[in-house]
Write a protein of this length. Structure first.
Length: 150
């Protein structure tokens, strides 16, 4: 059975972890939940439907994110979902990426991990350059590494 109660700072901090991940729902804000992992990590989530499919969006973790901040992000997420639904109904087309909450979350994550993405792209380009150089020097792709028999 799902637990529901009115979210307060004290009640959120008192939620004890269990053997498996579970979600506790807010009784005053529909779709707002707190996901708790076995290690005790608490994450605010928003559950909604888009195009007939259930979706979940993680707003943020509980210790750095206060309840007030989570409620602001919750309302922003619901507004963007409503705008995307309205565009879909009125214009019969997919909404732009900036209105899709999951896409906005991915864009924020990519912006945070910018240097890592640049390093990955640089490494991939160097690897392609080495492979191209090996192909052009020998006229054929490099041979795979021999299998070692035990």
């Amino acid at each position: 059975m799902t637990e529901r109660f009115r979210f307060t700072h004290d009640k959120i901090t008192r939620v004890a972890p269990r053997d498996q991940r579970f979600i506790v729902w807010d009784s005053t804000h529909r779709g707002l939940g707190l996901r708790v992992t076995p290690r005790g990590t608490r994450s605010f989530i928003v559950a909604y439907r888009f195009n007939g499919y259930p979706r979940m969006l993680t707003i943020g973790n509980s210790p750095p994110l206060t309840l007030e901040q989570a409620l602001e992000r919750y309302s922003d997420a619901l507004k963007s979902v409503a705008q995307a639904r309205q565009m879909r109904v009125q214009e019969h087309e997919t909404p732009p990426a900036e209105l899709r909450p999951a896409r906005r979350k991915r864009d924020r994550r990519e912006a945070r991990n910018g240097p890592i993405a640049v390093c990955r792209a640089d490494f991939a380009e160097r690897l392609r350059a080495v492979t191209r150089r090996q192909i052009t020097e020998s006229g054929r792709p490099p041979a795979p590494a021999p299998m070692v028999e035990w």
